[in-house]
Design a protein. Structure first.
Length: 112
């Protein structure tokens, strides 16, 4: 894949297609469960860090791997749904910018 230090999100999406192995008839379900599972693993690392089972640097290295797995599932979900990742990122930035302008960053619910 070339120099991985300057990988663009578009290059990454194309790469995930090469490493995607799951049943095509249930891709949405499979990828959603995978994303939830990997997010749980991120939480597990932080929990172990809080419990003092590992130091910060160890947790950081583990989190780098787990966050990469979260990103893979997120990228595959976007691709399978036909969503351009740049548009997903831009929409999220727009939503958060509006919340910041409305002073509604805190709280819950999508319609703030």
């Amino acid at each position: 894949m070339g120099n991985t230090n300057n990988t663009s999100i578009r290059d990454y999406i194309l790469f995930t297609r090469e490493t995607a192995i799951y049943p095509p008839d249930c891709s949405l379900e499979y990828l959603t469960l995978g994303l939830a599972s990997e997010a749980g693993e991120v939480g597990g690392v932080v929990k172990k860090y809080l419990r003092k089972d590992c130091d910060f640097e160890t947790a950081r290295e583990k989190l780098k791997k787990e966050l990469g797995d979260v990103l893979w599932y997120w990228a595959r979900l976007c691709d399978e749904l036909g969503l351009e990742v740049e548009q997903v990122l831009a929409a999220n930035m727009e939503k958060l910018s509006a919340r910041k302008a409305n002073n509604t960053l805190r709280g819950d619910g999508d319609d703030r």
